[in-house]
Design a binder for this molecule. Structure first.
Ligand code: AVJ
Length: 319
């Protein structure tokens, strides 16, 4: 029926992708929201990225959780209900839950129910007897955990992976404020944040020798071809990782190799040779800058942990 509004989630998702693509490709500086990088193929490629020799964040954060586990457990204390924002495969949650003393429950939060299942299943298998209660919610908007915590347990938010780095500063502060509201009363937040470091190390982490990050980035164009009826020629774009020294962030760009036109949703988008689509920002932090950011959202840092090389940091925030 023409003009009918579909409520099929896949169709709504496709419509949102098309709307974001049209808006982003119409802008004077072309851009696409990084959340669209994660379709099934993108999630598989990201998983491969986390195992690359150049991509230090995942393994470094895991090592911090492992080596500083007892110290983190002491700082957190017993009986916390762990609320993870965007749990992925649940591997980091298992590491944390095993270190903590008598955790009360595990509440993974994600907008995609099928993604919650993987994390929930892994935690159930690794932590028998621990209540696991997936929460389907978009954590980039306000939501509450009403009735989901165990009795008098306090909430420990968990936001690892430096996912916060994908947000602009204002968005990061907004997320941190909302998390504070969600985790109340007595809520705390364990936050993973990647640190500013040597530019070649950063560049290699986001443009690896095997080309996995390039494939991850280019998959966004393949997705637009699959789901938005676009006609991107993947060979006519190349992946680039750029360090922005002012914003202190790595940007992923897809650079047009030639002057060309691309069709999407009945429109034509023109690219000059060398013009790019900005597909992701990954902010890196100095400790004093992160303190400022969390402070602006009403949190204060109770403790912080890092690895021996000072590559990555984990923060315990309280109100
Ligand atoms: C998912 C935000 C942690 O920014 O490092 C990895 C995504 N992009 N390689 C990051 C990503 C390119 C990643 N996070």
């Amino acid at each position: 029926m023409s003009g009918a509004i579909s409520r099929d989630p896949a169709e709504l998702q496709r419509a949102a992708l098309v709307a974001d693509a049209v808006a982003g490709l119409s802008a004077p500086r072309k851009t696409l929201p990084c959340k669209w990088l994660y379709d099934a193929e993108g999630a598989r490629l990201f998983e491969a990225i986390t195992r690359l020799p150049e991509y230090y964040p995942t393994r470094t954060e895991m090592r911090i959780l492992e080596e500083s586990g007892p110290d983190i457990a002491r700082a957190v204390g017993p009986g916390a209900a762990v609320v993870e924002f965007g749990p992925g495969d649940g591997v980091k949650a298992v590491q944390l839950l095993r270190a903590l003393r008598a955790p009360a429950a595990y509440l993974p939060v994600d907008i995609a129910p099928e993604w919650l299942e993987a994390a929930a299943a892994r935690v159930r298998a690794a932590c028998p007897g621990l209540p696991v209660r997936p929460v389907v919610a978009d954590f980039t908007r306000p939501f509450d955990l009403a009735g989901r915590a165990e009795g008098s347990a306090t909430h420990l938010g968990f936001f690892p992976g430096s996912t916060i780095g994908n947000f602009e500063a204002e968005e990061a502060v907004a997320f941190l404020r909302r998390a504070r509201a969600t985790l109340r009363p007595g809520g705390r937040l364990l936050l993973g944040a990647d640190l500013v470091k040597s530019i070649p190390v950063l560049q290699a982490a986001y443009d690896d020798a095997a080309g996995v990050t390039a494939a991850f980035d280019l998959n966004l164009l393949a997705r637009l071809n699959r789901e938005a009826g676009a006609d991107f020629d993947l060979g006519a774009f190349r992946h680039e990782a750029r360090w922005d020294a002012v914003e202190e962030r790595i940007e992923m760009h897809l650079v047009s190799r030639t002057a060309q036109s691309v069709r999407l949703a009945g429109r034509v988008f023109r690219f000059a040779a060398g013009e790019s689509i900005h597909t992701e920002s990954s902010h890196k932090y100095r400790p004093e800058r992160l303190r400022e950011l969390v402070g602006a959202a009403g949190w204060r840092a109770a403790a912080t942990w890092t690895d021996a090389e000072g590559l990555f940091s984990v923060w315990l925030l309280e109100e």
